[in-house]
Every structure is written in structure tokens, then in C-alpha cells.
Ligand binder design. Sequence first.
Ligand code: NDP
Ligand code: GUE
Length: 369
Amino acid sequence: MTMIGNLTRRTVVSWQKKALGQRIPLTTMTQNTLKDDHGCQILMSPSLVSLDLPDVWPPNSTDFRFRLAKTQSNEHIAAVINGQLIAEEIRSRIASEVRRMEEFIGKVPGLAVIVVGQRRDSQTYVRNKIIACEEVGIMSKVTKLPDDCTEDEILTALSGFNVDPSVHGILVQLPLPRHLDVGRISDVLSLEKDVDGFHPLNIGNLAMRGREPLFIPCTPKGCIELLIRSGIEIMGKKAVVIGRSNIVGLPASLLLQRHHATVSAVHVFTKNPEHITHDADIVIAAAGVPNLVRGNWLKPGAVVVDVGTNPIEDPSCEHGYRLIGDVCYDEAVRVASAITPVPGGVGPMTIAMLLSNTLDAAKRAYNFT
Ligand SMILES: NC(=O)C1=CN([C@@H]2O[C@H](COP(=O)(O)OP(=O)(O)OC[C@H]3O[C@@H](n4cnc5c(N)ncnc54)[C@H](OP(=O)(O)O)[C@@H]3O)[C@@H](O)[C@H]2O)C=CC1
Ligand SMILES: Nc1nc(=O)c2c([nH]1)NC[C@@H]1CN(c3ccc(C(=O)N[C@@H](CCC(=O)O)C(=O)O)cc3)C=[N+]21
């Protein structure tokens, strides 16, 4: 089975930038030595405005089609995209940048998390985010509020973090109890600290050509980074995103469009979702329905990114449950050319993108390059 994640030295063509008539020549470099002018470039995703000028840069030359590997029984089997390994590589680059920042200006990035209620999954996710912050040297603060807290209590906590100079990123863990209005909360969140990318202005700028959001939502950003690092071309491809939530499906569709894919959004009211999905070169599944996408929904050779993280009971597992995706992995692996597993695919990338966005926020706040 081919594993993607151990970055091999491959030549890639960098995006050509054009600023006010000035052309910067194309350069070639190797993926694991990609650097910007100021040191270490952590992600391989290009800025979105640079993508708005496809007439001045040629398509990424690395679109290598995954050749379907064969099992001993002569069946095809997809390459597995190792999100855990790719996320580790990104986290180690972030850790170096945090150290460099501390050395030069004596400051480290700070992330504040607000979590409401006692949901077990939210507590686990928040704990994992805090551990990930500690590992790369990002300072973190957590405010825990009870299930029955008022909107004003959240807004007070949020306003405190908005003006706290040691906090550069703020995350309000979702879902919130029903009586709280996520929209009002996102409106109050400081745009410069919106590391989740949920502020309406960030989403608006993500949607519009010629504009660059300050932050791209972590999960969609992680999906695109996985595709780019795996050498999968997005431009001109047919993509299907299953799900249209504000935190995953919608921004994933917008981001794929900015990368010049032709995008269909599948949701609860979509007729014949299997038929639409079968047409896609790239499928991002984010419905929250275990095993929704069956092998026969997929076009042979499609690339499958499984965002779904669904707990299902399994007494044989340590905590009595295990996580499965929205894609029926055992079937899909025989049809797709590449696939992300659950766990170990998109999840670790979401956390790595949160750390990356928090680092970017701090660099911006201190004008540190
Ligand atoms: N790995 C990671 O980092 C992350 C994983 N997740 C996981 O991704 C999944 C989706 O999360 P999230 O977006 O927050 O979920 P939401 O419940 O907010 O949204 C689900 C979306 O899927 C659509 N949908 C639901 N059922 C179907 C169906 N049968 N067919 C087609 N579309 C359907 C809904 O459509 P409609 O709009 O019509 O209701 C909705 O747009 C969950 O499993 C979640 O745990 C989420 C965030 C990060
Ligand atoms: N404001 C906000 N921002 C979010 O980004 C956000 C949120 N709220 N609410 C919940 C969802 C879910 N989410 C995940 C993050 C990491 C993993 C992850 O790391 N998963 C591991 C497994 C983790 C485990 O074993 O429990 C994996 O897939 O390998 C999964 C899901 C972020 N979300």
C-alpha cells in the first residue's frame, strides 16, 4: 500500500506572482525545502489571491495520478494519505517558528478557548487542542462555562479575550447549547483573533475572488493542504462536497472553488447524491453520517477526503467506542486512488491548522516576519 505523508523530494513548480505589473519569474524548488523570504514556510497552500491569476501561472506540474496498487488477490487498493504524519511535520515547523519568535521578540502566540457545557466529545477535543498548543510552545487559556450560561456570559468572556494582548487566537468550541446564538457570538469575535475563520467577514472574503481572508477555517484548510502535499491537482477537477455546514462543508466548497475546481454541494435535500458523487474526481465527505458514502458512489480513481468523525459503540475498544468516517473505508479503498483514513486523516490536520492560524495571528499582531 502506498503511504503519502513521508515527504519525498519532488520537484514542484511554484506559483508565479504578479504585483502591479511586476512579474516574478517561475522558480522550481523541492517540496521539503520550500521557504519564503523570511524563513520557514510552514504550509504548502498558496495565498488565495495568488490563485486568482491563473493566466500568469501554469497549473501545478505535480498532478501525478495515483496508480492503483494491487493486492495479492489482484484487487486495486488506494494510496492512504497519512494525515497524522503530515500534521506532525507541520507541527514541528510551527514549533521552530514559535521558538524563533520567542528568541527574537520574547513573545509566544496565545490561544484562548471557550467551552460551554459538559459534552464529552467537546471536553476531549479541547483537551487535545491544549496539549497540541503546549507541544509547540503556544500559550493557552481555557474558559469553561456551564450548560445553562447566558449569551452575555459568553460575550463577556469573549470581549475579555478580544482585548487581552497575550491572546492572539480565540476559539469558541462548537456545538453550543441550543439557547445560544452562534451568529451573534461570531459577530463579536475580534476579526484579527478569529483563528477558526468563522467571522462573517472572513467567510465573505473566502468566497470572493480578489480577496484574502485573515483566516481560513481549519478543517477545510487542512483538507486542501493534504491534497496539495499529496500532489493532487485541484484546478479543473470536478469536486463534490457532502455537507454544507458553516464550519466544514460550506468553506470547503468555497476553498475548492478558489482553487478552480468545479464544485457541487450535496446536502440533505440533494436528489441522487450517489449519482452526483460518482461524477467527482475529488470527494470531501462531511455529513456526520457513518458509512454514508459507499464504494459504488465513487468514480474509479477518485480522491476521497473523509472529514466525518463518528463515534460508534465497540465494547472491544478501550473507551467502549471507536471513530469511523462518513465513507465506507473498506469499500472505498478498492475504488479510490487515494483516501484519508479516520482516525489519522483530516482530524490531526484540523489541529495543525489551528496552531498555524494562531501563529499567523501572533506574527501579524507583532508585525513579526
Ligand atoms: N475531522 C475533523 O477535523 C472534523 C470533523 N468533523 C466531523 O465532520 C462531520 C460533519 O461535521 P459538521 O459539518 O460540523 O456537521 P453538521 O451536522 O453541522 O452538518 C452536516 C452537513 O451534512 C449534511 N448532511 C447530513 N446528512 C446528510 C445526508 N444523509 N446526505 C447528504 N448530506 C447530509 C447536512 O445537510 P443540511 O445542510 O441539508 O442539513 C449538513 O449540511 C461530523 O462527523 C463531524 O464530527 C467536523 C469538524 C472537524
Ligand atoms: N470552534 C470549533 N472549531 C473546530 O474545529 C471544531 C469544533 N468547534 N467543534 C468540533 C469539531 C470537530 N473537530 C475535530 C478536531 C480534531 C479531530 C481529531 O483530531 N481527530 C482525530 C481522532 C481524535 C480521537 O481519537 O478522539 C483523528 O481523526 O485522527 C476531530 C474533530 C473540530 N471541531
